[in-house]
Design a protein around this ligand. Structure first.
Ligand code: SAM
Length: 232
């Protein structure tokens, strides 16, 4: 049974997907996609031997060797330019995901869609999209086993700009689509985050030499959170 988190990632792949799943671990995502969709093909990339072996055995077990190639290597090194049209990277921190993308920029020339699920700091990837001519086209937030996950979808060269001038920084932080939708899960995530920040702030203010810059930054974020939470 594939996690809900990876199902949402999979739901953004088109019918004739030709994609690479980087950091694929057991290759559950490419196997699920190729079992559901008989025209899809995938490359499962893994840098570590344990997960690489698990991915190979899962692909064999599902009889998908003809449509999923498991390759060992760092990030986008495992793909050739033009070989895939979509890339999925899930279950890592945003800075690792951004590093993988930055190290493989030349491989992205023909990649029309990126579907990313950072465990933390989605803001960093929203900025990355803007700096690299990918347009954020959709976002989802889900809760699974006590964790909140954000899934970001970006397409190359789409004219639609999801950001507004007045709220740009806030939208980068919360996600323009997620903020607009303001779902129950979104509100739960940010009210729990607001509680954390309140706790951290009260500790910081008690310190013998308070870090005023940090306090100011956290206070600003907390105000934003209160705004989005009270904005029905
Ligand atoms: N994508 C799967 C998911 O979302 O459930 C697995 C996530 S797992 C936490 C992260 C995987 O990424 C690990 O299997 C790790 O070996 C792999 N990984 C980490 N850095 C990588 C890199 N630079 N290139 C390829 N794989 C990497």
């Amino acid at each position: 049974q594939l996690s809900n988190r990876l199902r949402v990632v999979a739901s953004y792949l088109p019918d004739h997907a030709r994609f690479a799943d980087i950091g694929s671990d057991h290759a559950y995502l490419p196997c699920y996609v190729c079992l559901q969709n008989h025209t899809a093909t995938a490359i499962a990339g893994e840098v570590n031997d344990g997960p690489f072996q698990s991915a190979k055995s899962e692909v064999r077990k599902q009889g998908l060797q003809d449509r999923i190639e498991v390759r060992k290597g760092n990030g986008l090194d495992v793909i050739d330019e033009g070989e895939v049209s979509q890339i999925t990277i899930a279950g890592m921190g945003a800075s690792l995901i951004a590093m993988i993308l930055n190290e493989g920029l030349s491989k992205l020339n023909h990649v029309s869609r990126l579907i990313l699920q950072p465990n933390v700091n989605a803001t960093l990837l929203r900025k990355w999209f803007i700096e690299h001519d990918y347009e954020l086209t959709d976002e989802q937030i889900i809760e699974e086993e006590g964790h909140y996950y954000e899934i970001l979808v970006a397409d190359k060269g789409m004219p639609r700009k999801p950001y507004t001038e007045d709220n740009f920084e806030k939208e980068l932080y919360f996600g323009p689509f997620l903020m607009e939708e303001s779902s129950k899960v979104f509100r739960e995530k940010w009210s729990s985050e607001a509680e954390n920040i309140e706790r951290i702030l009260s500790e910081m203010k008690k310190a013998s030499q308070p870090n005023h810059d940090k306090i100011e930054d956290f206070t600003r974020k907390l105000n934003w959170m209160e705004e989005v939470l009270h904005n029905e």
